[in-house]
Ligand binder design. Structure first.
Ligand code: SF4
Length: 575
């Protein structure tokens, strides 16, 4: 495998052998290591000294199920710390098949320009892309597929990335060529925009360069692991049937569905926006209730959501998006929320930070809670690049400042996702302490807090939450490095045969002999170096905290606060 380095100041491209110390790294483990090794933590995120690293996981392109996640790493313009944001879609598999371990984009052009990077079996070229200026991701994808072939993967920026807004995402196309999968969090799109890149086209060609030390053993382990995934009630039944939207009713019941900018834990119209309602709507309109965001995903939590006329409206419509534009903003119309999901995908912004920003704008009196038409109009402004659009497209923290509001649910300036930290306390610990800024996927404590997966930890009590978050954060760093979808954690937590099969896959692909503890130690190392980068960037323990209103205001219906002491939180990632 090789590492490619693209210098955007000279438009030069070079290839390197993989250093010995990088051989066992992939995905998040590799992006965080390269950023930590090569980027001065005090550099400006949009300046020439920041880099953007694109790395498939260690299992990308293999027979391992649901292992096609792509990691993008950089210094985040949103949090000011290290960032890894991963997405599904077909990019990771295409890069792995071409033999790329990572692509490092560095430096920046002197003048504002727009370029296209083309990666094919013949090599890499850089072309002018000024004809794509201020076009949305859907149009960009259509133009580039027409030009470069239907089979190519497109990674692209919408208008937000070009404007270098801090909620800007990088879109990755799904198997049908739709830009529905995003490296959403932390403003990675702004960094790609700062490098003068509008899109990356990847043509994997016909040859598959993925190698195995022992393919028979790998195949056997992958088969056993797949059985565990499919046998688990969440990954084998719940997610394929209803997608992640199944969580709307579950979290509402648990009193953990943040409503009206985290004022309540239940939403009176939860049923209108639930996974069950979504399922019926999709069936009626002849969409797809289950869909894989990349070939080889056996959980298929994605879907295709059609409009009232039966035409495609959006896809990859996740619980967190439904929540952000739904109960958070008191909006109860699922079609309006689907429309906003599509707009975010098209303009290239993180649905969580953007939805939370709209709620914060409601908090600031810019529009009424529940005003779906007003919210849609507000989002349109992002695509136009108007001043108010730029405010919203910079995310919740910036919007809070623009409107002078105190109630801004962010950690390290990144918006809190869809689980109230007071009534799902394990999630609160993860939000506060992950080096990524508030991020539910970094240590998904909803497992034991709400779903009874991996044991039961009472979501309303503090007991066991710090340990739970720590263990999940370590395991997640491993899964993100392998390129696994986070949802394979469900069988891993409940079926004791599952993780040994992951170890078998690693060992039979890479000719190693790791046991489970050594693999988990690798996850801990990733967290340590991410924390160290953040410290060098000036992020202190004082930023490992939730906004104070979570400590002071009890949330209904359980009337609980986020009651961890600073010392308790500081123990989470104290290795
Ligand atoms: S379970 Fe969903 S998010 Fe995960 S890889 Fe499959 S389709 Fe993508």
């Amino acid at each position: 495998m090789k590492i490619c380095r693209i210098d955007m100041s000279t438009k030069s491209i070079s290839f390197e052998e993989v250093k010995e110390e990088y051989v066992g790294l992939g995905g998040r483990g590799l992006t965080s290591r390269i950023i930590s090794d090569e980027v001065d933590a005090t550099s400006h995120p949009l300046g020439k000294n920041n880099k953007l690293v694109i790395a498939p996981g260690l299992f990308a392109g293999t027979l391992a199920p649901s292992s096609g996640r792509l990691s993008v790493g950089t210094k985040s313009p949103l949090t000011g710390g290290i960032k890894e944001s991963n997405a599904g879609g077909t990019a990771a598999q295409s890069l792995a098949k071409l033999g790329y371990k990572a692509v490092i984009i560095e430096n920046k052009p002197k003048n504002q320009e727009l370029n296209l990077i083309k990666i094919t079996p013949e090599g890499i070229t850089i072309e002018d892309a000024s004809y794509l200026k201020m076009k949305g991701n859907y149009e960009v994808g259509n133009i580039l597929r027409e030009k470069h072939g239907e089979k190519v993967t497109v990674m692209s920026l919408g208008q937000a990335g070009e404007m270098r807004l801090t909620a800007a995402s990088i879109a990755v196309t799904d198997p049908e060529g739709r830009p529905t999968r995003h490296c959403g969090r932390g403003g990675t799109g702004a960094v790609l925009g700062s490098k003068g890149i509008k899109a990356i086209v990847i043509d994997p060609g016909k040859e598959n360069k993925v190698e195995y030390h022992n393919i028979d053993n790998f195949r056997a382990a992958a088969r056993n692991f797949s059985k565990s995934v499919l046998a688990h009630p969440v990954s084998g039944q719940g997610l394929p049937a209803y997608g992640t939207a199944v969580l709307v009713n579950i979290l509402n019941e648990a009193g953990g569905l943040p409503t009206d900018n985290f004022r309540e834990g239940r939403f009176e119209f939860a049923e209108n926006i639930s996974g069950e309602t979504m399922f019926e709507t999709i069936e009626k309109r002849k969409g797809q209730t289950t869909h894989a965001c990349h070939p080889g995903c056996i959980m298929r939590c994605s879907q295709v959501y059609n409009d009232k006329k039966g035409d495609y409206l959006t896809g990859g419509f996740e619980y967190e998006t439904i929540w952000a534009f739904g109960s958070h903003c008191h909006i109860k119309d699922l079609d309006s929320i689907a429309k906003m999901d599509k707009m975010c995908d098209d303009f290239g912004v993180d649905t969580i930070d953007t939805g939370v920003a709209v709620g914060v704008a409601m908090e600031g009196g810019y529009l009424e809670f529940g005003d779906d038409k007003g919210a849609i109009k507000l989002l349109e402004e992002i695509g136009k690049g108007s001043p108010i659009g730029r405010i919203i497209g910079n995310g919740a923290a910036f919007t809070g400042q623009a409107f002078g509001t105190e109630r801004v649910p962010v950690v390290k300036r990144q918006a809190l996702p869809a689980y109230d930290p007071r009534s799902v306390k394990g999630q609160g610990v993860t939000y506060a302490t992950t080096p990524m800024g508030a991020d539910h996927t970094a240590g998904y404590a909803v497992t034991s807090n709400i779903l009874g997966v991996g044991g039961v930890v009472d979501p309303l009590k503090k007991d066991g939450q710090v340990e739970l978050s720590r263990n999940l954060q370590i395991a997640t760093a491993v899964l993100d490095s392998l390129g696994f979808c986070i949802f394979v954690a469900f069988p891993i937590l409940d079926d004791e045969t599952a993780f040994p099969e992951v170890a078998n896959m690693i060992n039979s692909k890479y000719n190693t002999n790791f046991d489970i503890n050594e693999i988990l130690a690798g996850g801990q190392e990733v967290l340590k170096l991410e924390k160290a980068f953040n410290q060098r960037a000036g992020i202190t323990k004082a930023q490992d905290r939730l906004p104070e209103f979570f400590k002071e205001e009890a949330v209904a219906p359980h009337n609980v606060t986020f009651d961890f002491t600073d010392e308790e939180l500081d123990k989470t990632l104290e290795f």
